[in-house]
Each structure stands twice: as structure tokens, then as C-alpha cells.
Design a protein around this ligand. Structure first.
Ligand SMILES: Cc1cn([C@H]2C[C@H](O)[C@@H](COP(=O)(O)OP(=O)(O)O[C@H]3O[C@H](CO)[C@@H](O)[C@H](O)[C@H]3O)O2)c(=O)[nH]c1=O
Length: 342
């Protein structure tokens, strides 16, 4: 069995961060989501992994060539982000007729892959489902007599609260189904339509309803929620070479290597990447990417994300919420707060 991870989407809802970093390289607990996807395949014994990227996503190739992996990664290219089913076509040759596990590279899934593999045994497809409060934001499965009878992509009026989460198992028969479907109203070749096509042609698609947490890191809110949830399972961690001066750490906090944290209260639920400077204020429920510089000027800042190399020195007087993109800067200029995006 092979593994396939999709990274070729646009990440529009995560701008400004995705202007300069593919969505799948955004960190949760200071590690790119993509690395966590690879690790979960590796843990279940899958070592031959295809990663679907766009031609302009060289940063993903660079990143994976720098980290030590004990799996074989093959890069596959999707020319345009025409949908998940279309992305699969770019992997058909790599998969060579084998069954495979598909992981959406922006999904952080804590479900053990074995749960999916068990459901897949003897079938042509298997899905992981999870009850959610907002099914209209997902592909939704309608079940009758323990079988999936219908799938709908982001329905306005969902007939079920069972969301399809971003890990699937397929036999190579999925490719015949993909060749039969047309683009959806949003212009994408939907994986839900391909699976519906498999069901309509009499193939067995099994499922498992999981109680494990999953996060689709599709928006800043969900990114913060995912980080917060994973942080809550860990104890405080401070990287090497990090200096803390006159600081209070509150609750779950992760601080990377080579940081300076000074005259500040950090936490709860804050992760700070490598090389960051945070001083003179209170930071809670937030994410700082590598080399962010924050002079909080006495502010309390919460539910905020600071991009790589961003600089925040507001000299403002009220509590704030900030989403500051990579390489951008906020400073106090002629009485106004100005943001410079990259
Ligand atoms: C559209 C497209 C996406 N992708 C990658 C980018 C992301 O890592 C991943 C998911 O793409 P998104 O466009 O965010 O998919 P999203 O709208 O969240 O919906 C998908 O993921 C949901 C689970 O999160 C499912 O419930 C939906 O049925 C499924 O369609 O696939 C590609 O590699 N190529 C593409 O053309």
C-alpha cells in the first residue's frame, strides 16, 4: 500500500500567511502539518509516499529535502488546483495500480491510520467520518442500514452531521470513477463526486465513525484551535538557547530554540517558533512563527498569529487581536497603526 498527500491547493482562506508559505507548511506545535501527515503514514508502515504539489511550490521540496525522513517521497505535480479528484490523476502513474491511503495535507488527524485500514479491508474505498456541528463546511455522508448511500459536498442543508474527514483509502478503481465525473458548481473535480460514482457503479465503500480529534487547518480560527488542542496535551517545553528574563509562563506553552522572552507573561496556549523575541506584554492563545519580533508595549494580545520574520511594535494602548503575515511589520507611525505586507 502506498501513501498520497495532497498539497496543491490555493490556501486562499489562510492569506496572508499562504502568500509566502504553502498551507501544508504552516506549523502546528512548531512543526509543519505536512510533516505530521508523513509521520502518521510512516507510523502505520507506509514508506512509499507521493506528495502532490504545484510547480511553484518548490518550498515544499526544499523543506522535505532538509528534514531527515526514513520514507521515500516522490513529488508529483498538479498543473492547476482543479480539485482533489483531479489532483489524484497526477498520481495515477506513481500509484501503479496499488491501493493507497490519501491524506489531505491541510488536515491534522489524530485518528490512528489502522482504523482506516481495518475499514478498507475487502472494499474498494473507505472513509473516516466524524460528527460535526458545521457539516455544511465539509463533504457529508448519508448512511442507511450501515452503508454510505449518498455523499454531498458542502451542502447548504445537510441531511447528516457526519463529515468526511481528510483521510481516505482507495483501490485503483477510483480512477475509473474520476474519469466519469464533471466539475462541480465551484469548478472543481470533487472527491465526493468520484466516491458517489463508485457507489453508483456498485462498488463497496466502507466507513468508520471516529471519535478521535481532527482539524482542517483551513482558516486562522481552525489553525489556532488545532494548535491549542494539541498544546493542551503537552507540558511546557522550552528550546535550547532560549533566554527567559522576568517572565511568567502560564499553562500550556511551547517555546522554540534561540528565543528571547523578556518582561512578559506567555500563555496559556501559546506556541512560539525558533528565534523569536517577545517582550513587554501578555501573549495568550496565539502562534508565533520563526523569527517573529514582538514588542507588545504593555498590551495583552490574544488569539493572534504572527508570521515568519514579522515585526510587531504597536505602541498602542488597548488590547489587540492581530493576524500578521510573513515578513510583514506593524509599527506606530504618525499616530496610526500601519501594516506592511510582503
Ligand atoms: C482543490 C485542491 C486541493 N488540494 C489539496 C490542498 C489541501 O491540502 C487539500 C484539501 O483541499 P481544500 O480545497 O481545502 O478542500 P476542502 O474544501 O476543505 O474540502 C475537502 O476536505 C474536507 C475535509 O477537510 C472534506 O470534508 C471535503 O469533502 C473535501 O472536499 O487538498 C490539491 O492538492 N489540489 C487541488 O486541486
Amino acid at each position: 500500500m502506498k501513501g498520497l498527500i495532497l498539497c496543491a491547493g490555493n490556501g486562499k482562506r489562510l492569506r496572508p500567511f499562504t502568500h509566502s508559505l504553502p498551507k501544508t507548511l504552516l506549523p502546528v506545535l512548531n512543526q509543519p502539518i505536512l510533516l505530521k501527515c508523513i509521520q502518521s503514514l510512516e507510523e502505520s508502515g507506509i514508506t512509499d509516499i507521493g506528495v502532490v504539489i504545484r510547480h511553484d511550490q518548490k518550498s515544499i521540496m526544499d523543506y522535505l529535502s532538509e528534514v531527515h525522513l526514513s520514507v521515500q517521497v516522490t513529488f508529483l505535480f498538479q498543473t492547476e488546483p482543479l480539485g482533489i479528484a483531479n489532483a489524484l490523476l497526477s498520481a495515477e502513474e506513481f500509484l501503479g495500480g496499488d491501493s493507497f491511503i490519501l491524506i489531505l495535507g491541510d488536515n491534522l488527524i489524530t485518528v490512528p491510520l489502522q482504523e482506516l485500514q481495518d475499514a478498507f479491508a475487502g472494499n474498494d474505498g473507505a472513509l473516516m467520518l466524524s460528527p460535526v456541528d458545521n457539516p455544511q463546511e465539509f463533504g457529508v455522508a448519508i448512511i442507511s442500514e450501515n452503508r454510505i448511500v449518498q455523499l454531498e459536498e458542502k451542502p447548504e442543508n445537510p441531511k447528516s452531521n457526519l463529515a468526511v474527514i481528510g483521510m481516505y483509502a482507495f483501490s485503483s478503481k477510483v480512477f475509473d470513477a474520476i474519469r466519469c465525473i464533471s466539475p462541480s458548481p465551484r469548478g472543481e473535480y470533487e472527491i465526493t463526486d468520484a466516491i458517489q460514482q463508485m457507489i453508483s457503479s456498485g462498488l463497496n465503500i466502507s466507513y468508520s465513525v471516529t471519535s478521535h480529534a481532527f482539524f482542517d487547518i483551513g482558516t486562522p480560527e481552525r489553525w489556532l484551535d488545532a494548535n491549542e488542542s494539541l498544546l493542551s496535551e503537552r507540558t511546557e517545553e522550552i528550546g535550547t538557547g532560549t533566554v527567559l528574563e522576568n517572565c511568567t509562563l502560564n499553562g500550556h506553552v511551547l517555546i522554540g530554540n534561540g528565543c528571547l522572552i523578556k518582561n512578559a507573561t506567555i500563555g496559556p496556549n501559546v506556541s512560539i517558533g525558533d528565534g523569536c523575541i517577545v517582550m513587554n506584554g501578555i501573549l495568550t492563545h496565539s502562534i508565533c512563527l520563526n523569527n517573529a519580533y514582538l514588542d507588545l508595549s504593555g498590551l495583552t494580545v490574544s488569539r493572534s498569529i504572527f508570521g515568519k520574520n514579522s515585526r510587531f511594535e504597536p505602541a498602542a494602548t488597548r488590547s489587540s487581536r492581530v493576524l500578521l503575515g510573513n515578513d510583514s511589520m506593524v509599527s506606530f507611525l504618525k499616530g496610526r497603526i500601519a501594516q506592511y505586507d510582503d
